[in-house]
Ligand binder design. Structure first.
Ligand code: 13P
Length: 252
């Protein structure tokens, strides 16, 4: 039985003060709703305040990126142990916005994932096709290839600390959502790929989220699908009522 993981990706939103206030408001709203894990991936400077505000609650804190080296001359980057010490348990790796705007490749996604896992962080590994790839009918090949490249060299026992987020790029921030059937089918392709490179057991156990305009109105039908084990939520994670409604959908 896989546990549902509902994660918010705040992207470049909210100051530390706003993050603390948000979590104090959210905590009583999601209290006891433990059929899913609840994670908020916040900007780096918010992590310490967010972790403090989340202490003693069922909300876990994550970051949105991590560098693959442990330290050194990498201006503007951040190391896994810095995130851990600040209070992060999770980190998003390979988000399409990093792939599109900041030159992230499957090679660097793989390196970042390995470094995060080695340090003891849980990774939310994002992948998904762009619009032209879906229209060309090559979605399955694209997500299978990303799955293989992004997880290359990562041993099966480390998969318990990996959540895969299937995020079709055309559905991110656009208000367009994959249909529940599309989400189920493509999460299923990722699961089959995990079975092929690891084992049936690994495929049965790995948590695969859907992300892309998931909101309070569509979460229930997306989460009802067999292969969809949660959500990675952008815009709707910035409002406590909308995010709580998604947590509620996961607790039915
Ligand atoms: P939206 O929910 O705003 O479409 O963002 C999805 C996303 O990119 C989560 O990582």
């Amino acid at each position: 039985m896989r546990k549902t993981v509902i994660a918010g990706n705040w992207k470049m939103n909210m100051t530390p003060k706003a993050a603390g206030a948000f979590i104090s408001e959210l905590a009583p709203m999601v209290k006891g709703k433990d059929k899913c894990d609840i994670v908020l991936c916040v900007p780096f400077v918010d992590i310490a305040t967010a972790a403090e505000a989340a202490k003693g609650t069922n909300i876990k804190i994550g970051a949105q990126n991590v560098h693959f080296e442990q330290k050194g001359a990498f201006t503007g980057e951040i190391a896994a142990d810095m995130l851990l010490e600040a209070g992060a348990e999770y980190v998003i790796v390979g988000h399409s916005e990093r792939r599109q705007y900041f030159g992230e490749t499957d090679t660097t996604v793989n390196l970042r994932t390995k470094a995060a896992l080695a340090a003891g962080l849980k990774v939310i590994l994002c992948l998904g096709e762009v619009k032209d790839q879906r229209l060309s009918g090559i979605t399955d090949e694209v997500v299978a290839m990303q799955t293989k490249l992004d997880l290359a060299g990562i041993p099966e026992e480390d998969l318990k600390n990996v959540v895969i987020a299937y995020e079709p790029v055309w559905a991110i921030g656009t208000g367009l959502t994959a249909t529940p059937e599309q989400a189920d089918e493509t999460c299923g392709v990722i699961r089959k790929t995990i079975a092929a490179i690891y084992s049936k057991k690994a495929a049965d156990e790995i948590v695969i989220q859907y992300g892309g305009s998931m909101n309070d109105g569509n979460a229930a039908e997306l989460l009802a699908k067999t292969n969809v084990d949660g959500g990675l939520i952008g815009g709707a994670s910035l409002k406590t009522d909308k995010f709580t409604a998604i947590v509620d959908a996961a607790n039915k």
